[in-house]
Design a protein around this ligand. Structure first.
Ligand SMILES: NC(=O)c1ccc[n+]([C@@H]2O[C@H](COP(=O)([O-])OP(=O)(O)OC[C@H]3O[C@@H](n4cnc5c(N)ncnc54)[C@H](O)[C@@H]3O)[C@@H](O)[C@H]2O)c1
Ligand SMILES: O=C(O)C(=O)C[C@@H](O)[C@H](O)[C@H](O)COP(=O)(O)O
Ligand SMILES: [Zn+2]
Length: 359
């Protein structure tokens, strides 16, 4: 198994994110101290969950949850707790989350909340899960009122990104994950933007070296940001801290809620980034070339640049964003590639005009 390891130095203690074909083989050594495990997985990945259970060679409770955003609900969370209770899960047992970002968000929160915290290993199986959701310790669920409104900062003891698992992933899911990779490029790592621009098709090929390098670089960006501000505590005034990772998400999350959680996360934040680029141009002096690069990269990767609803439908939803303070909206804006700042109480005309520009 050749590949890369990114160490995350934050929160509860350092842990490694392994990125390699065959990374799953490391799982038994990571659960060696657990009496038993629970494998939380979406129904379509039942065969993989059984493979994981066989690999760990100890009593395993398989917990199948609904696919995609339908997993991130209070009811499914309670169902998982019931399954752990029925299995008599104790403090030396361990939860393994196997699936896309929705599953790892849920499974991480199950691990964080059961007995106030049991061991957790994350096995993300989507591009988005690998480059973002499984790394950095944000876990949680949605409410009808909005995205990720309940959750905890809780870290895994390890993250295994087995690139061999991505072979059956739909192309739209690959593109969705790449939206977060492109985000990392704009907020921190211009080399990501160069690599992706150089060959968009190769960037979407999950077997290519370029793809593996994009994944590694995005994880490294995330690891660096969360090491400096694990709980988003330094996000005050213009200082964004961890909120940098939320670039494009204020509008993106509003779109997800407006669409009844039927839009993919990466698609929604793609529109959110295209919009924020324009807002940043008008309010922070972001140059036209960087705005155009948003459209070229995101559009070129097959991601949407607009959403079919008026801004007036989305604006009230945006006020529920976690970055808001009281009645003030706070956006994450870009002065230039790698230079991120908070935008408090932005000019409302600019927000709606920028949205109207999206086609
Ligand atoms: N915690 C965080 O920091 C963080 C970061 C980014 C996104 N997120 C959350 O992650 C979620 C999105 O994650 P996602 O895009 O992975 O969505 P997802 O979990 O819904 O997975 C997308 C689809 O791909 C399928 N799938 C997953 N792995 C597969 C595989 N190996 N082969 C075939 N099909 C596979 C899933 O079953 C699902 O249908 C959102 O809820 C978002 O809010 C969290
Ligand atoms: O890890 C973070 O911090 C992020 O903001 C990463 C985002 O890509 C991710 O979508 C996250 O779930 C958003 O968190 P939220 O706090 O805005 O709900
Ligand atoms: Zn995101």
């Amino acid at each position: 198994m050749s590949g890369a390891v990114v160490r995350v130095e934050s929160g509860l203690g350092p842990y490694d994110v392994t990125i390699a074909g065959g990374a799953l083989a490391a799982l038994p050594s990571l659960v060696a101290d657990a009496s038993r495990v629970a494998v939380i997985h979406p129904a379509p990945l039942a065969a993989l969950a059984e493979r994981v259970a066989a690999l760990v060679d100890r009593p395993a409770t398989l917990i199948a949850v609904p696919d995609a955003e339908a997993a991130k609900t209070p009811q499914v969370l309670a169902d998982c707790w019931d399954a752990l209770a029925a299995a008599g899960f104790t403090r030396n047992d361990l939860v393994i989350g196997v699936g896309g970002g929705t599953t790892t968000d849920l499974a991480g929160f199950v691990a964080a909340s059961w007995l106030r915290g049991v061991g957790y290993v994350s096995v993300p199986t989507s591009v988005l899960g690998m480059v973002d959701a499984a790394v950095g310790g944000k876990t949680g669920i949605n409410l009808t009122a909005g995205k990720n409104l309940v959750g905890a900062f809780y870290e895994p003891r390890a993250v295994l990104c087995d690139l061999d698992l991505l072979g059956g992933l739909a192309p739209e899911e690959v593109a969705s994950g790449l939206a977060e990779v492109v985000k990392c490029g704009f907020i921190s790592d211009p080399e990501i933007l160069r690599l992706a621009s150089e060959d968009l098709a190769d960037s979407r090929d999950v077997t290519s070296d370029r793809f593996a390098e994009l994944v590694r670089r995005a994880i490294a960006v995330k690891a660096g940001v969360v090491a400096a501000d694990f709980t988003e505590a330094t996000s005050v005034g213009d200082n964004v801290g961890r909120e940098a990772l939320n670039y494009g998400h204020t509008l993106g999350h509003a779109i997800e809620k407006h669409a009844g959680f039927t839009w993919r996360h990466g698609q929604a934040i793609s529109v959110g980034m295209a919009w924020m680029a324009r807002v940043s141009r008008d309010l922070l002096g972001l140059d036209d070339d960087t705005v155009a690069l948003h459209d070229e990269l995101l559009g070129g990767l097959g991601l949407p640049l607009s959403y079919p609803a008026p801004f007036s439908d989305l604006r009230p939803i945006m006020s529920l964003d976690k970055k808001a303070r009281g009645s003030s909206l706070r956006l994450v804006g870009l002065r230039a590639v790698g230079s991120v700042t908070a935008l408090a109480d932005p000019d409302e005309d600019v927000l709606s005009r920028s949205y109207a520009e999206l086609v």
